[in-house]
Design a protein around this ligand. Structure first.
Ligand code: ADP
Length: 192
C-alpha cells in the first residue's frame, strides 16, 4: 500500500494514518512529526523552519520536497507507506509524482478525511488544552492553519480527484469506527 492521506488540521489524519500504517505493516510518514523533530533537534534546518510552524504557515516547498526525497528513498519504504501531511501544495503533489516515477513506484490509494469546520477548531483546541505540547495548537494559530489549508492544500484534493481514485470518508465517528471504515474502503478498492 502506497497511500496519501489528505484532510484538514484536526480531522484526525495523524491518528488514522498511524493506525492504518500499523495494520498494513508499512511506515507512517508524518511530515508534521518530521518537522517538529527537526525543530527539537536544534539543527540548522530546525531553526529556519520553527517560525513557520509556530505561525501555522507552511514550510517552503523546496525544503519539504527535499525532506521527502530523502525519506522515500529509505529502505523501509520499499514495503509501502502512508503519507500524512504531504503533499500539501500543488507543487508538492507534482514533485511527488516525479519522485515516485524516479523510484518506480505508484500511489495505490488516496484517502480524504473530512468533518465540519466547527468540529476541527474544537478538536484542535481540546488537543492543545490536554497537553499536546504543540505550540501551534492554540485557537489563533489553528484558525490560520485552516485558512492555509483552504488556500493551499484543498487544491491537492482536486488534483487527485481528477485521477478518479479518491476515497472520501467522513471522520465524525469515534477513532475505531473511522478506522474500520477506511480499512473496508481500502480493501474494497484493492480488490477491484
Ligand atoms: P496539522 O495538524 O496542522 O495538519 P501537521 O502536524 O501535519 O499539522 O503539520 C504541522 C506543521 O508542519 C504545518 O503547519 C507546517 O508548518 C509544517 N508542515 C507539515 N507538512 C508540511 C508540508 N507538506 N509542507 C509544508 N509545511 C508542512
Amino acid at each position: 500500500m502506497r497511500m496519501v492521506m489528505l484532510g484538514p488540521p484536526g480531522v484526525g489524519k495523524g491518528t488514522q494514518a498511524a493506525l492504518l500504517a500499523k495494520a498494513k505493516g508499512v511506515p507512517h510518514i508524518s511530515t508534521g512529526e518530521i518537522m517538529r523533530q527537526t525543530v527539537a533537534s536544534g539543527e540548522e534546518l530546525g531553526k529556519r523552519v520553527k517560525g513557520f510552524l509556530d505561525r501555522g504557515e507552511l514550510v517552503t516547498d523546496d525544503v519539504m520536497i527535499e525532506v521527502m526525497r530523502e525519506r522515500l528513498r529509505q529502505p523501509d519504504c520499499a514495503a509501502g507507506f502512508v503519507l500524512d501531511g504531504f503533499p500539501r501544495t500543488l507543487p508538492q503533489a507534482e514533485a511527488l509524482d516525479v519522485l515516485l516515477r524516479e523510484l518506480e513506484m505508484e500511489l495505490t490509494h488516496i484517502v480524504d478525511l473530512a468533518v465540519p469546520e466547527s468540529v476541527l477548531l474544537e478538536r484542535i483546541q481540546k488537543r492543545g488544552a490536554s497537553g499536546s505540547g504543540r505550540s501551534d495548537d492554540t485557537m489563533e494559530v489553528a484558525k490560520r492553519r485552516l485558512e492555509v489549508y483552504q488556500a493551499q492544500t484543498a487544491p491537492v484534493g482536486e488534483y487527485y480527484l481528477q485521477r478518479g481514485n479518491m476515497i472520501k470518508i467522513e471522520s465524525l465517528a469515534g477513532v475505531p469506527e473511522v478506522q474500520a471504515e477506511i480499512l473496508a474502503a481500502v480493501e474494497q478498492s484493492e480488490s477491484v
